[in-house]
Write a protein that binds this ligand. Structure first.
Ligand code: TXA
Ligand code: MG
Length: 335
């Protein structure tokens, strides 16, 4: 199978791609679709057999549950057993957008979506194409990121093609993902609600809407693993990745000399301290702005892999709430 890639950059192409994608989804197929966070590998969330194909294509372990994507609050409420007051407030504040709410599962949700658990993650994505397909289908879509298990999530159609072209029949090109890292996952089945995966909607914003939130750090020190996606090793590039802070070139080289590294295949990703002593094509500069940085990060990691980097050195991000989702992904990529 060689995936067909459908463009969406004119209204006519967009409408045609919606029809094709919805038709395949109705037939129980799996297709790659754009979302504002990262591209998703989608199937009818109410069709257990279709969802099983997602696990098979990704090589995803059966114990890792999948997020359900909806296109209205009513559709979200229909996937869960209970739609609590916090969900009303949070959905009002952040949907459509990069926030996944974990709630008690509805009876209609197949076991493989929840990985046999009693909860389900739901999200109303803001990407117009994803919304249009869900509305056209009339059913919610189960979709993990459209990468092979444990690889970097795709933020454009080309990234999806690189990993999955021979495994799926359709990739819809909806442009560059605007957020660039995966959604914040918030568990509303605990009191206080708890951040299972940080993202660009950070704990302080969530707390401003629904009161006390227990953040990701407290979770890391908790021995019970609430979300398999929190396994330390995840989102990894092929190269070894180091997150470092340095004063100047000499300091960077001195720090690197303690590792067994090859300068010719080392790439640097910087946002404030741009090393002058490295060849220009081996240095990526991402703006020092959390949103712009998140949008560009995975693209840079994909690019380093494509160039055969063996070591990626990333300048440490600031330790503020705005950067917490980015810091989390870098920590995992470095694990
Ligand atoms: O932004 C996103 O969330 C993207 C786009 C495609 O929507 N999706 C995504 O899916 O990142 P995935 O499967 O790559 O990551 C979902 C994460 C995993 O860490 C999974 O363990 C966790 O969410 N998760 C899903 N359902 C859960 C549940 N019921 N309870 C706890 N964690 C859950
Ligand atoms: Mg993923």
């Amino acid at each position: 199978m060689a995936a067909e890639i459908l463009p969406t950059h004119t209204p006519a192409l967009f409408a045609a791609a919606v029809k094709v994608a919805a038709k395949r989804l109705r037939a129980g197929e799996v297709v790659a679709l754009p979302t504002e966070t990262v591209y998703g590998l989608a199937a009818n969330a109410l069709d257990e057999k279709a969802v099983a194909k997602i696990f098979q294509i990704k090589g995803r372990p059966a114990h890792n549950p999948i997020i359900i994507h909806v296109a209205s609050n009513e559709m979200a409420a229909a996937c869960v057993a209970h739609w609590p007051a916090e969900a009303v407030k949070l959905s009002h504040a952040f949907w459509p957008g990069p926030l996944t709410l974990v709630l008690p599962r509805g009876k209609n949700i197949p076991d493989n979506v929840t990985a046999g658990g009693e909860t389900v993650g739901v999200r109303w994505p803001s990407h117009p194409f994803m919304q249009a397909v869900i509305r056209e289908c009339g059913f919610p879509l189960a979709a993990p990121s459209a990468n092979l298990s444990n690889q970097i999530s795709p933020t454009n159609a080309e990234h999806v093609r690189g990993q999955l072209a021979d495994k799926i029949s359709l990739i819809v090109d909806g442009g560059q993902s605007q957020v660039g890292i995966e959604s914040t996952v918030l568990d509303l089945t605990t009191q206080p609600p708890r951040v299972l995966r940080p993202g660009m909607i950070h704990a302080e914003s969530l707390a401003a809407v629904c009161g006390e939130i227990s953040d990701h750090q407290s979770l890391l020190s908790d021995s019970t693993l609430r979300s398999p996606g929190l396994l330390a090793k995840h989102y990894s590039p092929q190269a070894k990745l180091l997150v470092l802070d340095w004063r100047d070139d000499a300091d960077l080289l001195a720090q690197l000399s303690t590792f067994n590294f090859q300068l010719s295949t080392t790439h640097v990703i910087a946002h404030t301290k741009i090393p002058a002593g490295f060849p220009a094509e081996k240095v990526s500069v991402i703006p020092h702005d959390a949103e712009a940085y998140a949008r560009a990060l995975y693209g840079e990691l994909h690019r380093c892999d494509a160039h055969g980097a063996t070591l990626i050195v990333v300048e440490a991000p600031p330790e503020t709430a705005e950067w917490s989702g980015i810091a989390d992904r870098l920590r995992r990529a470095a694990a």
